[in-house]
Each structure stands twice: as C-alpha cells, then as structure tokens.
Design a protein around this ligand. Sequence first.
Ligand SMILES: [Mg+2]
Length: 368
Amino acid sequence: MDAALRSIHVHAYRIPTETSESDGTLEWSATTMVLCEVEAGGKTGLGWTYCDVSAALLIEQTLAPLLEGRDGMAIGARWDNMIRATRNLGRPGIVSCAVSAVDNALHDLRGKLLNAPLADLLGRRRDSVPVYGSGGFTSYDDRQLAEQAGGWAAEGLPAVKIKIGRDPADDPRRMRVAKEAMGDGCALFIDANGALSRKQATAMAEEAATLGATWFEEPVSSDDLEGLRLIRDAGPPGVEITAGEYGYDEVYFRRMCEGGAVDVLQADATRAAGITGFMEAAATAQAFGLPLSSHTAPALHLHACCAAPNLRHMEWFFDHVRVERMFFDGAPEPHAGHIAPDLSRPGLGLDFRRQDAERYRVWPKEGG
Ligand SMILES: [Mg+2]
C-alpha cells in the first residue's frame, strides 16, 4: 500500500452562533473549526479541532512540512514527530489542538486506506453510544432554556446539561425551569465552568441534589484538584463531580485521576492531541476505575467512543452539533438517545461539504 503522505492542507472556518452565548466564565458569538485534510494513496482523511485560527498557521508552517512524504499509516510515529517538534512551544492549548486536527485526519485516512470504519480499527466495544444534550447557556431566557431542554428530553436524550455560575443566586431557579421542561425521565446535569468558589460550589451541589441533578461539571476551576476532591467527598452522593475538558496531555489526566478529583473523567479529542490522546485518556480512566465521557464534537468522537473502555456517554453539544450537521454528510443523529456509526462507511464516515463551508472560511485568507 502506498501510504506516503502526499499533501496536508488546512482550512479554518468561523461560523457565527445563532445567538450570542455565554456560560459561567465566557461569552462567545462564533465557533471556529480548524479542518485538516491529509492525502495518501488516492484517499483523503479529514480531522478537525475547535480552536483559534492560529492553529491553522501552526499546522501549515510547522506540522505539515514535518509529515509530508512520511508513512501515513504509522500514526503513532507521526504523533511522536509532532509532539517532539513542538516541545519548545508548550504542549497545552493551541499546540495540542493543532496536533489533534492532524492526528484525527490520520485516523480517518487509515480507515479509508483500509476501507474499514474507524471504530473497528480502534477495537469496537459497542455499536452505539448514549448522548446527553448540552446547551442551556446562561445567555438564554427562560423560554429558550425550557424549549431546548424540553426538546431534547422529548427526543429521548437521557440527560440535559445547562450552564450555571454567572448569577449563582438565580441558578436554582434556572435549574427548576429546565427540570420542569424536561420531566422525570431525563436527568439534569449542571456545568459551572469553574465559576464558583469552593464554598459556593458545596452549597450549589446541595441545592442541585434537591432538584434531582446528578452531574456537576467543573464546580470550581479544574486546576483546583483539591477543591474538586473536597466537593466530591463532602457533597451529596447522588451528584457526580466531573472535569477533564482542559486535558491537553496524558500527565494532566493522570494527575486528575490520582488526585481523586472526579467521579467521571471527561476528555476531548479536539484538544488532547487527537484520537490517539483520547484513547490514552480512556485507558488512564480505566486504570483508575473511572468512567469516561467525551467532551463536545460528537461527530468526531463517535467511532473512538464505540471503542473506548468504561465509556459512560457522549456530549451532544449544541454549537458543534449545528456546525457538524452543516459541514458533513454522514454526521450522526440520535435515535432513542443514542448515536451510532454507519459501519458501511470507512474512517470517520463523513464527507465534507466544502461548498457549504466556503462562505465561513477565514484560512487561508486568500484563494483556498
Ligand atoms: Mg464543560
């Protein structure tokens, strides 16, 4: 098989959100996708990250020249090439996001070269994965919050996550609005994005438990491992403490698990140096006896989540679901609260609708 990497191209797209959005600690009005395409043996693999457009420059000028001409099937070796070459740039953040886009594209390419779905190549454990709805932005009014949460519950999603922490005094009321719209068959998840102090978070966990919440994500900063552990140990037993979305490398996940900081580890293949890094995070969670849940980007995570050990569920994140539906033929849709890969399609099972994406392109700035 000719698997020499002939070309590595990168494009970035900035897609405005439907309305301006916010959580406990951030406001935004657009989503930027950095999409990498790698070509070998007449096949093109695609992978992406949600990141700043600067990741595109890093891929184009630093990662692509490093990999061109090398064996695209040796994904581990290519991953090592990229990690070594970026040592002095600092691993977390943009570097790991850029590596993620390339690594994800290499995984998709491998599936296409072998004409096999990626789930099978990673060692498929399950044919479908539950997804929980994720949105409930603090920028929503009560009508928007109830419509979204109630809509996902009506579609059969087993849980819905809302953002809290912007106005902690008002959060119990917002939780009630969402829970009433969802009804009894759907669990309430909350995510403070690190907005709360330890004392506030402890009180919020108690309040959330009375409303039937079962998941409390980043009650305090995910860098405060001791704080997470204290809230986990002191809090109501029905409310799981979760974090991991800022895991960019394997040591981060090990420290979070070693610290006893979480009941469920989260990981994101658009940040953690790709599907390669995501599967390592899954193995770490397994070694510590913890379930894993994927963070954002459901179309990208689906095959890896069919193979990951101890997988609890996937995040059906509103912004990324919207972009992935716009950009990819073959993007998954939930049925009875689950998404499933089409195993008749190779790789990630996605076809990029370039024409539809073109009007959002921000990189390259000219041509394309
Ligand atoms: Mg979160």
